[in-house]
Design a protein around this ligand. Structure first.
Ligand code: SF4
Length: 883
């Protein structure tokens, strides 16, 4: 037996030599943060809590520590573009340290509560209570209990009135800041509108206030001068006998209304070209490129359509330049073009063509998540189909043309059928249709219309040769503030359920798949969307009952909410009722720019089924948002793309794909070259040992792309990079002997591969050796004969360990029963053990098959579960002799 092209075990660096990431047996020091190793080993997806991702920034000394908090699990929060934008802007300022925190998943929360650990930032491990600003993004009404839970876990008093200057300023922003009243008692300030400039102004005021050691009242007073900042404690609310708001009184003269902050020109705003790249797979794991903000289609139910006016597009040149930089810095292989209606972007076809031309060779896919029926031309569908064939969602919203006129969704049945047929002909097999029930003026005929329309779309797929399946997804209408439907009533749970039941039957008759939204979730969303400050009592009760992660089916418990409303003495139905146009609405002091007159005119037109046109076509409908100098629509006209002609001023610049950095160094070419196979050994230490094998694969895939290594891909519709790992290492085991092979285009020597890759890998992963091997070499997994491990036990945990090891070596056999995937089988651990030695607190062993903890348990007589927190090192792999 000999080690395959590798150093002897004695040459392997030990944790104490040069890795510096371990401190003791149970704690990892990583990127400034400290992780309790034991507690992370016992929970699902430890990578959620590790930090240290590529693109993350940890600053030790700053004037203002600004935490961006997302009140949901890491995978959801990391997919949110807004947070990445603000993170980059804040960290670009030297004296600000922007850090992140996400809601801990219940398993982690339980562990934290059991150990008394407080919630801390990912970057520097600073407890939230010790930071300066804690900014929550308010994306969804049902995140409220997660916010309170995160404050609880930080040891920060929930009520703003109970917090003095020693606590961070609690800030809220995002779409729910359009009516933040249910959270008013918990927050110090809200930011209404675009955050790019305003957060810097807020941070600056906080810095000056800290230096001056002022009072909290002084801080809030100063912050109220920032455009877009709403200080709820500067307004007092009175109620009439029916429980409606009778008045909202400003307590600060001159501070009567808060105007939404609008970033006039996106082109001028910074965009993150080095976003944080997660270790684990997130909901949207790709380059998110915001091509435009705002939509003026004017759907009367759509809050985003009113809260983000006017339409402001980024230029296609800027979009291309940004995407190129982000791809290079992240190693992503997918681009998502984001806006409320991506297909409305003026240059969309040309942009798609250009993206295809530029990045096709790098196997980068492009997706457009928001497609609007009326905006889909055949030309555009032909472009989209080249890059994306997975999901195709269209949102007619309502089942009849009458109801679509009411909601101002001006698409006809013919539009939908033609678009669907085009999509089926272009190769899509399934079309998802999104509708709402409970819309104003809805009748049974409208609900039936959903089934009939879906059946028509299904028929459109007949004869196209691609199947033609349709899935109908149905949500419930929730009236939202700042929309023409803000005064409309919302239907209750019983009515939603009855309509869903009717629809299910009708869709079943037509053999159509049905997905629906839980009625109680829509009910709660509706209560909090148009709620007022009195709902704070309900939130406190719901938290006491243990509510959190309410938007997650497995954690949502409506009974607890019903109990919370009852204890708080609040009737939730009160919030679903029709509001009189004369009524003082809870969000009356927040001015989104769209005038009440315009909204009321839209109400009238909806009742008369009159459509309002899109102002992007040149005809202003006087919603009131634009001042037509600074604040105005900013569009980019369609351009004709001809990659061979770059002379025209309006020509899209075709960005040439740069030769990968690693190839530039050697002067080699990755295109059309022959294949080489490189074998690599790497170490996986410190916090990186907590990554699963799948997470490691993702990480290497991106690192290889960032390094510009010309890796080869498998064939097929979803090509994968040609990696092959020797084995999958168990989570928590540190290793200096991990191996993988990769196929690359020849021209790059093994040492260049090693160096380029090392420059792209995070701390804790290091390529130790690389060598070119013959293409037809045997795979690593069949060459492995045995593995050398060290198991470190807490000092004194096992008395007489060396003697126990000797006793074990004297055995002939030791049969161990293992249960795997429900099947039990036996393994002779003694026969699988080649070498064994021991000190008072460490076992070193060479094993052929079996897990180190199984052996440690057999030798010590201690159950595996009790040994699980032991640190394990994989020191060496012994390979079979090859000729
Ligand atoms: S003011 Fe006119 S142009 Fe501006 S968003 Fe409103 S309708 Fe459109």
């Amino acid at each position: 037996m000999r080690l395959f092209w590798s150093k002897g075990a004695a040459d392997y660096p030990s944790p104490a030599e040069g890795h510096g990431t371990l401190s003791g047996n149970s704690v990892f020091q990583f990127s400034g943060g400290i992780l309790q190793y034991d507690s992370l080993l016992s929970i699902e997806k430890p990578a959620r809590y590790m930090g240290g991702e590529i693109g993350s920034v940890a600053k030790e000394t700053v004037d203002v520590r600004f935490v961006l908090a997302f009140p949901d699990v890491y995978e959801v929060g990391m997919s949110h573009l807004g947070l990445q934008i603000l993170y980059a802007i804040l960290n670009s300022v030297e004296w600000i340290g922007a850090e992140r925190v996400y809601a801990p998943w219940p398993d982690r929360e339980d562990a934290m509560r059991a150990s008394g650990e407080v919630l801390a930032t990912l970057e520097t491990g600073t407890p939230l209570a010790g930071t300066d600003i804690l900014g929550f993004t308010l994306q969804y009404e049902l995140s409220c209990t997660n916010i309170l839970n995160m404050l609880e876990l930080s040891g920060i008093p929930l009520l703003a009135a109970d917090r003095g200057e020693e606590y961070p300023l609690i800030l809220g922003g995002g779409p729910c800041a359009g009516n933040p009243e249910p959270l008013a008692d918990f927050f110090d300030i809200f930011l209404f509108g675009d955050g790019e400039d305003a957060i810097l102004e807020i941070a600056e005021i906080c810095r000056d206030w800290k230096k001056a050691a002022g009072s909290k009242a002084e801080l809030l007073d100063r912050l109220s001068t920032v455009e877009g900042v709403y200080v709820p404690s500067l307004f007092s609310i009175t109620y009439d006998q029916e429980g409606r708001i009778s008045d909202i009184v400003s307590l600060k003269p001159g501070y009567e209304k808060v105007k939404r902050r609008i970033a006039a020109d996106l082109e001028e705003l910074p965009y993150p070209t080095r976003p944080v790249v997660p270790f684990l797979k997130t909901v949207h794991d790709r380059v998110s490129m915001e091509i435009a903000r705002g939509c003026t289609r004017g759907c009367r139910f759509c809050q985003a359509g009113y809260l983000y006016r006017p339409v402001r597009e980024r230029s296609p040149e800027k979009v291309m330049e940004t995407i190129k930089a982000v791809l290079k810095n992240t190693g992503y292989d997918e681009i998502s073009l984001l806006s409320l209606s991506s297909a409305d972007y003026g240059c969309i076809s040309d942009l798609l063509k250009n993206l295809m031309t530029t990045f096709e060779a790098e196997r980068v896919a492009v997706s457009l998540p928001s497609l609007r029926v009326g905006s889909l031309t055949r030309d555009l569908i032909d472009e989209i189909v080249k890059v994306r064939k997975t999901g195709f969602t269209l949102a007619p919203e309502a089942g009849t043309e009458r109801l679509r006129r009411v909601i101002n969704k001006g698409i006809t049945e013919e539009d939908l059928v033609v678009n669907s047929r085009n999509a089926f002909e272009a190769g899509w097999r399934v079309i998802k249709l999104y509708f709402m029930i409970g819309l104003p003026t809805e009748t049974r005929e409208d609900v039936l219309g959903i089934a009939e329309m879906a059946a028509q779309v299904k028929r459109a797929g007949k004869g196209t040769g691609h199947g033609g399946d349709v899935t109908v997804s149905v949500g419930s209408f929730v009236p939202k503030p700042h929309t023409p439907f803000q005064w409309e009533p919302q239907i209750g749970c019983a009515e939603i359920t009855e309509k869903q039941r009717f629809l299910r039957g009708e869709l079943k008759k037509r053999k159509l798949a049905f997905k629906w939204h839980d009625a109680s979730l829509s009910f709660l969303e509706g209560v909090f969307a148009r709620g007022d400050r009195r709902l704070a009592r309900v939130l406190l009760e719901a938290r006491k009952l243990g509510c959190r992660f309410d938007g997650w089916g497995e954690h949502h418990d409506f009974q607890k909410w019903q109990q919370a409303f009852e204890t708080a003495g609040i009737d939730p139905e009160f919030y679903l009722r029709r509001r009189e146009v004369t009524e003082v609405l809870p969000w009356a002091r927040l001015d989104c720019g769209v005038s009440d007159d315009f909204l009321l005119e839209e109400v009238r037109k909806s009742h008369e089924e009159i459509l309002t046109g899109d102002c992007r076509d040149g005809c202003c409908t006087e919603c009131g948002v634009c001042d037509f100098s600074e604040i105005r629509m900013r569009l980019h006209q369609p351009v004709v793309l001809d990659p061979s002609d770059k002379s025209g001023d309006r020509q899209l610049n075709v960005v040439e794909t740069e030769k990968p950095a690693a190839l530039q160094e050697t002067g080699a070419s990755g295109e059309g070259a022959e294949v080489a196979r490189i074998r690599l050994r790497f170490s996986k230490t410190g916090a990186m040992s907590l990554l699963s094998h799948l997470e490691l694969l993702h990480l290497f895939t991106r690192a290889v792309r960032r390094a510009g290594i010309p890796i080869r891909y498998s064939l097929g519709f979803h090509p994968h990079p040609k990696f092959s790992f020797a084995t999958a290492l168990s989570v928590g085991v540190e290793s200096w002997a991990e191996y993988f092979d990769m196929e690359i285009s020849a021209g790059l020597d093994a040492q260049s591969v090693r160096d380029s890759l090392n420059a792209s890998l995070p701390e804790g992963l290091r390529i130790l050796e690389a060598a070119e091997i013959p293409l037809r070499s045997e795979s690593l997994s069949v060459l492995i004969e045995a593995v050398r491990y060290r198991v470190f036990l807490p000092a004194g945990f096992v008395p007489h360990l060396p003697e126990k090891a000797e006793d074990f070596l004297r055995l002939e056999t030791f049969m161990h029963r293992r249960v795997k995937k429900g099947k039990t089988f036996e393994i002779d651990l003694r026969q699988e053990l080649s070498e064994l030695s021991a000190t008072d607190d460490m076992l070193e062993m060479v094993v052929k098959r079996g897990k180190p903890l199984e052996f440690a348990s057999a030798i010590t007589g201690i159950p595996e579960d009790e040994l699980r927190p032991s640190r394990i090192e994989k020191r060496e792999v012994c390979f079979r002799e090859v000729s």
